[in-house]
Ligand binder design. Structure first.
Ligand SMILES: [Zn+2]
Length: 286
């Protein structure tokens, strides 16, 4: 028999899909402590926007984040497990009332089922069936880049950048040549590396090195040249740049933004398709 935790995790995406598509008010109710106690027999609100989860409550909510009605929420982990499970009949009754078919719980793999079903579905929908018509990945990456580029309060202008070039003797930091120089982010600005657009993360690079380095971290790119790595690290220190790559919380939130872009697009596609259902969409004629 599946544990109550596994059972509820399987149904979370389904319950949230219902809040999203059929019953908006149900989401508000599920954020309410009394309602949650009443219908699900849990001592905490069924779900909570992550912005409202205090440090103390943190461990009472599963780390998996869901996006519901434009909000990032987590679901309470405080369910009573068998054999003393009083919550199970409450949950089953709730699902029935909501018109959610109860599956043969024992056969379901709760973990894989719960992993962001709705986002996976939406990504499929957005990338289905139109040749080269899917730009959502680019949009997602650009949003991540924009977020990472604007963290913190550091200001700098062209003269500061000129100073950095001078600090490196007007040479490419990777190969030492003095050909035409461009800005290179030593820690790349993407959701894997979490680099930022800060002076301490910017170095002059020739176009060749910049192209070859691509999305690699500077340490990987310069693995055979520890002296050059040290020069860059000194530059980072001088400008108080501490990469956030190891910060799991930041990583999770960036992942969230990355996923939410798919949902934003999907929501508007649904709205427009609803609007034009049963009529021929009038296309602009040229
Ligand atoms: Zn170079």
């Amino acid at each position: 028999m599946m544990k109550i935790g596994g059972l509820i995790q399987h149904y979370i995406p389904i319950i949230f899909a219902l809040c999203e598509k059929q019953d908006h008010a149900e989401f508000d109710r599920l954020c309410d402590r009394a309602y949650s106690k009443d219908v699900l027999d849990v001592n905490f609100p069924f779900c909570k926007p992550i912005s409202e989860i205090s440090a103390l409550e943190n461990r009472r909510y599963w780390s998996q984040v869901y996006i519901v009605r434009g909000m990032s929420v987590r679901v309470t982990s405080q369910w009573f497990d068998p054999p003393t499970s009083k919550s199970r009949p409450f949950l089953l009754r709730y699902l029935e009332r909501q018109g959610i078919g109860v599956i043969d719980a024992a056969r379901t793999d709760p973990v894989s089922a719960a992993i962001d079903n709705s986002v996976i579905e939406q990504t499929k929908k957005l990338s289905r069936g139109r040749y080269k018509g899917n730009a959502i990945g680019n949009a997602q990456n650009l949003v991540v880049r924009n977020i990472l580029s604007n963290l913190g309060t550091e200001d700098f202008g062209e003269k500061h950048w000129r100073q950095v070039i001078e600090d490196f003797g007007g040479l490419c930091v990777y190969c030492g040549q003095d050909s035409e120089l461009v800005m290179d982010h030593v820690v790349p600005i993407n959701r894997q590396s979490l680099g930022e657009h800060r002076l301490g993360n910017l170095v002059p690079s020739c176009k060749g090195c910049n192209a070859i380095k691509g999305d690699k971290d500077f340490r990987a790119f310069l693995s055979a040249q520890p002296d050059r790595i040290a020069v860059i690290e000194t530059h980072m220190d001088r400008h108080d740049y501490v990469p956030v790559s190891e910060n799991e919380q930041i990583r999770q939130i960036i992942e969230l933004a990355h996923k939410e872009i798919v949902q934003v697009a999907s929501r508007y596609i649904d709205i427009l398709n609803t609007l034009t259902v049963g009529q021929n969409v009038k296309r602009g004629e040229t």
